[in-house]
Ligand binder design. Structure first.
Ligand code: CA
Length: 329
């Protein structure tokens, strides 16, 4: 393997506050010797644990970028012991155009790990993060939301893992984040995910889904900001009292949680996020978009639980995720 073409413009190992970029040369029509500049902030104070907090893995999700921009401007080195690395807009090219995937190469960063130093722009950024930043970290938090095509109940999540010691460290960190909901997940599509890379390196990993529909709310941003603070306290990096509300525990044990569309349609929701549903209960009706007078298809929950995610906007394509139902733990 060749070395990474990415170079940080700030030291990653110095004490104090450093704001800069991961600079990746990117020669193109409008900039012959141009670069992709991924913002990074490192806040460090002596010996202690290292947390890597990331947002904008998907470029149309905003709670993470907002919470991390806020943290980058307010967290002081004297408040912490150890190191906090902030990447508010991990897939900067995607974030810059408000899209899930990069407009440069179509790259979905969360399917691009462990990346390649000689690959696409998205793979090169992923490779630097995987080989340079993740190894420095003891704990990693990657913020997600639903983006433009899903909306979620606000939750933090950790995965069922083969290593049960690591799994319990991840579950404890998820509980520490203390979102309104906490979800224990079996990942259905984990190849190339940042989650998988971080977990494979043996680190403690927490992810989130804090809202969606291509925007953020005051409530979802508050959850994101409180969660980061709670997690840094849990990691022993920040002093203070975590927020005290109790999180509702949910499980996503298998593919029965997911309802997928087998046709294009206009979706009529029959229940909203947070609704209690039972197996077999109708949760949405799918209407034709090109003729009147045809009865709708009905979609059903496949297990008892809580409606945890739903499709947005109003039109579905074949194969879209219509809904997610998670079980009460
Ligand atoms: Ca996402």
């Amino acid at each position: 393997m060749t070395d990474s073409p990415v170079s940080p413009t700030i030291p990653l190992d110095a004490d104090g506050v450093h704001h800069g970029f991961l600079r990746l040369p990117h020669s193109r029509d409008d900039s012959a010797w141009g670069s992709v500049m991924v913002p990074i902030t490192v806040i460090a104070n002596g010996e202690g644990p290292c947390a890597l907090l990331t947002g904008g893995n998907h470029g149309d999700e905003y709670e993470g970028p907002i919470a991390l921009q806020n943290l980058a401007t307010t967290l002081k080195p004297e408040q912490i012991a150890g190191r906090v690395i902030l990447l508010p807009m991990m897939n900067l090219p995607a974030f810059a155009v408000g899209r899930r995937c990069s407009p440069i190469d179509g790259g979905n960063m969360n399917r691009s790990f462990p990346g390649r130093p000689d690959g696409t722009v998205t793979q090169k950024i992923a490779h630097f993060i995987a080989t340079r930043l993740v190894p420095m970290a003891d704990i990693v938090l990657d913020y997600h939301s639903g983006g433009r095509t899903l909306d979620f109940l606000p939750f933090a999540a950790a995965h069922f893992l083969p290593d049960k010691t690591q799994e319990s460290a991840c579950m404890a960190a998820m509980e520490a984040f203390n979102a309104p909901y906490s979800v224990r997940m079996l990942e259905i599509d984990n190849v190339g995910m940042f989650d998988t890379e971080v977990e494979t390196q043996g680190k403690t990993f927490v992810t989130t889904e804090l809202g969606g529909a291509g925007t953020a709310t005051a409530r979802s941003v508050a959850i994101a900001s409180n969660g980061a603070r709670n997690l840094l306290i849990h990691a022993g990096i920040l002093d203070g009292e975590p927020t005290a509300e109790r999180s509702v525990m949910l499980d996503m044990p298998d593919e029965r949680c997911f309802v997928f569309s087998e046709r294009p349609a206009m979706i009529e929701p029959l229940c909203d996020l947070g609704a209690e549903v039972t197996a077999g209960q109708p949760i949405a009706r799918l209407w034709n978009t090109d003729r009147s007078g045809v009865a709708p298809d009905v979609c059903h929950a496949r297990l008892d639980g809580i409606l945890t995610a739903r499709h947005v906007p109003g039109l579905l394509q074949m194969g879209d995720c219509i809904a997610v139902v998670a079980q009460r733990a």
